[in-house]
Write a protein that binds this ligand. Structure first.
Ligand code: OGA
Ligand code: NI
Length: 321
């Protein structure tokens, strides 16, 4: 119980008033100690959020629920007699906004739903960029630094994963989403305000991220840990399944572009040496694809070894996307 009380909930509107300094400190502490925080009064219009929620729930009922049930049958998950550790109990689809939108390639979305998600995506993108500048200010990087790194030569990658975590008859047998850290930059999550399930690992204990109406949960991905040379943390999290209720989650990932060069910012590194690697983001993603549900440290280690190998044996450029 006490754990939930401490979970950082931050009123972003206070940045515009006398409590700006305290609010900036709350954000900085959350980035260092939690890798997570929950924003209220973040400026996203509530009526837009309500529409996103309503249309996502309708879309699930109409176009996704049946497919989810078929998936359960085809994977033999309708009985759940033993613990399942290689599948997640989730129904998802992925909208890409940047570098190019795929919004009109996704089947079964009504025009109204597409327009609403486009508007929502743009507003979340703007919030992500504002937050990146707040992080720069807090940590002592020049304004625009993170945005510029994420830009690469063209554009950041920005997308929205639309998920539903349907009720599960035996929650102890399967996770909604297995424990992982996020590979990318900044994650902005609009989660169900009634059905809980998201937990993060803090000092060895799983802590609930409290559902709160109209909030946006922020967490930091591996790239921000690398760039800040470990001052900010990418933290393990997971989604628990529930016996009752369908949990909606709309997670937007503001990530570096494929060709973005990621490394610890020079000002944070002693004697040019860091325990964190330098790499091109697409290469990190290739590694992450196979190791998502593993701790991040071996990924950082593998990239460091790849970096050392690349210095010794230059190879021809490979096509990455
Ligand atoms: C993710 C994730 C959490 C959620 O997709 O990486 O952590 O609540 N999602 O859906
Ligand atoms: Ni995640």
């Amino acid at each position: 119980m006490e754990k939930n009380i401490k979970f950082p909930i931050i009123d972003l509107s206070k940045l515009n008033g006398e409590e700006r300094d305290q609010t900036m400190t709350l954000i900085d502490d959350a980035c260092r100690k939690w890798g997570f925080f929950e924003l209220v009064n973040h400026g996203l219009p509530y009526d837009l959020m309500d529409n996103v929620e309503r249309m996502t729930k309708e879309h699930y009922k109409k176009h996704m629920e049946q497919k989810f049930k078929e998936m359960l049958r085809s994977k033999g998950l309708d009985t759940l007699e033993t613990e399942v550790e290689d599948v997640d109990w989730e129904s998802t689809f992925y909208l890409r906004h940047l570098p190019q939108s795929n919004l009109y390639d996704i089947p079964d979305m009504s025009d109204e739903y597409r327009t609403t998600m486009k508007d929502f995506g743009k507003r979340v993108e703007d919030l992500a960029e504002d937050l990146l500048d707040l992080l720069c200010e807090n940590i002592g990087l020049e304004k625009g630094y993170l945005k510029k790194v994420f830009q690469g030569t063209k554009s950041p990658t920005f997308g929205t994963k639309v998920s539903n975590y349907p009720p599960c008859p035996k929650p102890e047998m399967i996770k909604g989403l297995r424990a992982h850290t996020d590979a990318g930059g900044l994650i902005l999550l609009f989660q169900d305000d009634k059905v809980s399930g998201l937990q993060l690992l803090k000092d060895g204990v799983w802590v609930d991220v409290p559902p709160l109406k109209h909030s946006i949960v922020i967490n930091l991905g591996d790239q921000l840990e690398v760039i800040t040379n470990g001052k900010y943390k990418s933290v393990m999290h997971r989604v628990m399944t529930q016996k009752e209720g369908n949990r909606m989650s709309i997670a937007s990932f503001y990530n570096p572009g494929s060709d973005a060069e990621i490394s610890p910012a020079q000002s944070f590194v002693d004697k040019k040496d860091s325990k964190y690697p330098s790499f091109v983001f697409a290469d990190y993603m290739k590694l992450y694809a196979g190791l998502k549900f593993q701790p991040k440290e071996p990924r950082f280690e593998a990239m460091k070894n790849a970096e050392a190998a690349a210095v010794l044996t230059p190879v021809a450029a490979v096509e990455t996307f």
